[in-house]
Design a protein around this ligand. Structure first.
Ligand code: 13P
Length: 251
């Protein structure tokens, strides 16, 4: 089975509703033309409704950038999977390094969120990645293996087809410094090895793994040519429609 290529934009805390709708309108034809690629926009909560409306009857999928693991309750400022599902959200980013760094997310909360997302039929995009310090100390493989193992705790093999992993080395996010295609491919192959250890050879072969970290139209082609890399999770370059389209056309 050929793995599907996924191009996802992570808008982070950017884009107002009218900008979101315009962007989606501008992307509609390209998404139609490249319907073999899954195109996802992970938008801020305030854009979700508008983005979902604009993306109706198009090939563009909409995701959230985070969710709480509880379904409801006294968690001021939080949004649950139970709230995202009925409005038509399909994907949710979980454990982005910015959330791990600034909002105290841990491997444990990531795992709880993954379980809750699956319960509400949302497809988690689970982010893993090492810091520069960890890379320089030669700890990349062990950190990544630990993050993957903990994120997938008590997740059944049959749920793996709903899950995407995004390998995002923290030192490459928003820095203009990309991992070389070889570095990205090597680390993603470690993730496949860990999935094989946790599940099976088949699972390791089939799970979709993206690369993220300063992906743009100049470096995307080389990354996409690597056999382990199934597309990209794109921050900065996903805010510019022309640039985002250029990247899609390189898949
Ligand atoms: P940049 O593409 O801006 O480096 O961000 C990557 C990222 O964090 C996507 O989730």
């Amino acid at each position: 089975m050929e793995r599907k290529k996924i191009i996802a934009g992570n808008w982070k805390m950017n884009m107002l509703p009218d900008e979101a709708m315009q962007f989606i309108q501008g992307l509609t034809n390209i998404a139609e033309k490249h319907s073999e690629i899954e195109i996802i926009l992970c938008v801020p909560y305030t854009d979700l409704f508008y983005a979902l409306m604009a993306a109706q009857n198009t090939k563009i999928k909409i995701g959230a950038q985070n969710m709480h693991w509880e379904e409801k309750g006294a968690f001021t400022g939080e949004i649950s999977g139970k709230m995202l599902e009925p409005i038509g959200v399909e994907y949710v980013i979980i454990g982005h390094s910015e959330r791990r760094a600034y909002f105290a997310e841990t491997d444990e909360t990531v795992n709880k969120k993954v379980k809750s997302a699956l319960k509400y039929n949302l497809k988690p995009i689970i982010c893993v990645g090492e810091t520069l310090e960890q890379r320089l100390k030669g700890e990349t493989d062990s950190i990544i293996r630990r993050q993957v193992k903990n994120a997938f705790e008590q997740i059944e093999e049959e749920d793996l087809k709903q899950i995407i992993i995004a390998y995002e080395p923290i030192w490459a996010i928003g820095t203009g410094k990309t991992a070389t295609a070889q570095e990205a491919d090597d680390t993603i192959s470690i993730i496949r090895q860990e999935i094989q250890q946790l599940y099976s050879k088949e699972a390791a072969k089939n799970i979709i793994i993206q690369y993220g970290g300063s992906v743009n139209s100049k470096n995307a082609k080389e990354l996409f040519e690597k056999q382990n890399i199934d597309g990209a999770l794109i921050g900065g370059a996903s805010l510019n429609l022309e640039e985002f389209i250029r990247i899609i056309q390189l898949v």
